[in-house]
Design a binder for this molecule. Sequence first.
Ligand SMILES: [Zn+2]
Length: 246
Amino acid sequence: MEMAVLAKSFAQCKISNYSVGAAALSKSGKVYLGFNLEFPGTCIQSTLHAEQFAFANAFIHQDHDIIRIAVTATPCGHCRQFMAERSICDITVLLNDESEIKELKLLEDLLPLAWQGSEQLSTINDSCEGIMQDSFAPYSGSKSACVLHAGSRSYSGVYIESPAFNPSISPLHSALVSFASSKLNLVISKADQLPESRDWDLHADFKDSIDRVVLTQVSDCQINQFGMCQDIVNSLSPNIEIENKQ
Ligand SMILES: [Zn+2]
């Protein structure tokens, strides 16, 4: 699928210079593009992988039925775990820029005996108001949301939790996915509506456009998104202090 190769052209990988693209097909027929995001000056765990970006792109558009994903590089173990939790079953791995299918794999072949949660890991039923309600935090109960303000426009994202915890996607990451998705048209409804390939610099665009970042978390949450989110915002635009609300 050439869409994953197109997505790769937008990758923001100033640390590794290793670009990866992904294209996730939903049951609805829409395709959600994704690419890797890296943030110089922050901890390495703050990176977002292309497969997670594509999934988050679908999630923030209220589409939860990804059935197949094409990736320009073999998925790492972290992403295999993330996709196993989401029951994404078919994975197409592409050769780098050739648009040539290298291998079609089922996820169960890539990750046999996948861990999908433990009986000891109980899920929490909680509710909260506003955008945080769309957040997925059934294990910690720590729902959170982040809104990037750009003048009269805004881009919002929510926390997307993983049962394995570490592959979880922070609300800032999904807000950045929303920002990139809107800027680059990363949701494809028809094959002839592909976004134009162009040079794009997340850091430059963020610095030019975003004037406020608001993080909202449930009170008494077991985890706190603020520290990592502020580190990433510092990497993108050193003058913005996150407004941290509960
Ligand atoms: Zn990965």
